[in-house]
Design a protein around this ligand. Structure first.
Ligand code: NAG
Ligand code: NAG
Ligand code: NAG
Ligand code: NAG
Ligand code: NAG
Ligand code: NAG
Ligand code: NAG
Ligand code: NAG
Ligand code: NAG
Length: 466
């Protein structure tokens, strides 16, 4: 009885909290079994509230009280000024003073070295220094001003220090009842991210989260720009451009206020990076969307000096080796031109499949002999940097059994769109979702009169399974 009562209370509380941010998203989300997913989402939220705080209603009330706290957050400009126009992307970094020394300056150097002048004009780099030590703030800001003066002057770099409603941490986190020192750190980290995101939400259309010990790949801004263009009409909450826990995640700025509320709702327990997947799940994105290759890598953190709350992040092995391309059959309703056959794109010997006069609904399907746990998929179309024979608009979908009479899978789920004629993504599986992939399909989504080359299809699978 007691349990059931709390369940009901919590579901109502969760609905109250979620309905205000779910309603506009959920409509355009096409994920299967939406209703069932929503049920699952409530359960997770419910479980979280019950596991994180004994006094659930209190938590919810606190959250309501804290939202205004964030509205009245005070920010001090330590260096630079906000840009005059809205930018495409805010690169947001939150940094505190670590005992072993900080990589913040190296990170900023890497950001600007990887960014061309035109790219710089479409971004603003926002650094939130969260440490309460005034001397460190002063020195760090002075160092940044000295080293990055041109970017500060061009309003491409802004250094701030934020306070929540006048106090360094909400309700004085240091005297909150944390069961472990890690909890205090997790809470503080969430407050820091909330302050950063709260300030960033009006600066740009999109927000890229980055930590203060990260190396960036050249032209990462362009890569993100093209991916955002391709994903514009599709449902997503977080696009991941790195295998790191926090760095390389891109959000819509319009989602940031919800995310900060979410951080405050689960201020205790659960580190921020785990909350992010719950957040995107609640908004309808059931699995991570990881674009490859990784654009951000860790510079290495002095974890020994920091604490035992975080472990060194193990970055994924990026050298996948040769694609596996398991035995498959090929089906397409695209017309073959130049005496090529569909499987040429799969053979990895430099051959390609050439086609023309494509319209939405044209598809190219790879049907594996047996289901596989696919880990990465790459589709290349066209040739060279000029976009010759590119397929401009298409998307890649994963198909599941059963196989129908026309030799295609019965069900498909969107994996992602081609980005500049190219597709390269990591494949994630929902937890407890053991269904392996049987089909991989390229679907044309816009008319395309000129010739298209489908050039190199690479599939990597988990060995030993499927
Ligand atoms: C890490 O921090 C500890 C303690 O501050 C220091 O002794 C050590 O030299 C640091 N290690 C590195 C690699 O910076
Ligand atoms: C910060 O530095 C400025 C000079 O750069 C100095 O006037 C000010 O007193 C310093 N503040 C603190 C808190 O150290
Ligand atoms: C600022 O730069 C000076 C000189 O390079 C260095 O000694 C100092 O440690 C730096 N301080 C911070 C907080 O980065
Ligand atoms: C927070 O609580 C601690 C311990 O009770 C106290 O020492 C500190 O002054 C408080 N800080 C603020 C800003 O109230
Ligand atoms: C901490 O917990 C104790 C016992 O559970 C309680 O009496 C006290 O009021 C709590 N303190 C705060 C600041 O929440
Ligand atoms: C939500 O978070 C909990 C732990 O915080 C985790 O166990 C669970 O898998 C998460 N759910 C999703 C869908 O991310
Ligand atoms: C990264 O995530 C893993 C798995 O959740 C965790 O064990 C590790 O401590 C995290 N590291 C950092 C630096 O957040
Ligand atoms: C196709 O792509 C794979 C993976 O990137 C690569 O190993 C292979 O050499 C490429 N093949 C051709 C013919 O370009
Ligand atoms: C690739 O292999 C296929 C089948 O063996 C063959 O027909 C084709 O000519 C080869 N292409 C090249 C460029 O060697």
């Amino acid at each position: 009885m007691y349990h059931c009562f709390w369940r009901c209370v919590l579901v109502i509380v969760s609905l109250l909290f979620c309905s205000f941010f779910l309603h506009d998203k959920i409509q355009n989300v096409e994920y299967k079994l939406l209703l069932k997913e929503k049920d699952k989402a409530w359960q997770i939220l419910v479980q979280q509230i019950s596991s994180e705080s004994k006094n659930h209603l209190e938590t919810f009330k606190e959250m309501q009280q804290r939202a205004p706290l964030l509205q009245h957050a005070k920010y001090r400009f330590l260096a630079g000024a906000p840009p005059q126009q809205k930018k495409l992307l805010t690169v947001g970094i939150s940094s505190m003073q670590p005992p072993g020394g900080s990589h913040l300056l190296d990170t900023l150097r890497s950001v600007f070295e990887a960014t061309s002048e035109p790219e710089c004009r479409s971004i603003v780099v926002l650094v939130h220094l969260s440490d309460p030590d005034p001397e460190w703030l002063n020195q760090t800001a002075a160092n940044i001003s000295r080293l990055f003066a041109p970017h500060i002057e061009a309003r491409e770099l802004l250094v701030i220090h934020g306070l929540l409603g006048g106090s360094p941490v909400p309700g004085n986190l240091s005297d909150a009842n944390h069961t472990s020192p890690c909890e205090a750190l997790y809470s503080r980290q969430k407050v820091d991210y909330a302050l950063l995101m709260n300030f960033a939400s009006s600066l740009s259309d999109y927000f890229l989260l980055m930590e203060d010990h990260v190396h960036c790949s050249p032209k990462f801004v362009s890569a993100i720009y093209w991916a955002l263009s391709a994903w514009e009409e599709l449902p997503w909450v977080i696009l991941e451009f790195s295998s790191l826990n926090m760095s390389g995640k891109v959000f819509r700025s319009s989602d940031l206020s919800r995310l900060t509320s979410f951080f405050f709702l689960f201020l205790k327990g659960t580190p921020a990076h785990l909350l992010l997947s719950n957040f995107s799940f609640l908004l309808g994105q059931t699995v991570p969307i990881s674009l490859a290759p990784n654009l951000f890598h860790s510079l290495g953190y002095n974890f020994t000096s920091r604490n035992t709350c975080y472990q060194e992040e193990r970055e994924e092995e990026e050298n996948l080796g040769k694609p596996h391309n398991p035995p498959a059959s090929f089906y397409t309703n695209m017309m073959s031109t130049g005496s090529t056959v569909p499987e040429y794109a799969y053979l990895m010997n430099g051959s390609y499949f050439q086609t023309q006069y494509l319209i939405p609904g044209h598809k190219y399907t790879v049907v594996f002999r047996q289901p596989h746990m696919v880990t990465h998929i790459k589709f290349l179309t066209g040739i060279g940097k000029l976009g010759l024979f590119y397929l401009q608009q298409g998307q890649v979908e994963l198909g599941y059994e059963p196989i129908l009479e026309d030799n295609a899978c019965a069900r498909y789920a969107l994996l992602g769109p081609l980005v500049k004629g190219k597709f390269y993504q990591k494949v994630h599986y929902e937890e407890d979702f053991v269904e392996a992939v049987r089909c991989v399909r390229l679907l044309v989504t816009a008319p395309h009169d000129s010739a298209v080359w489908i050039r190199n299809i690479s599939i990597w699978i988990k060995s030993g399974k499927g």
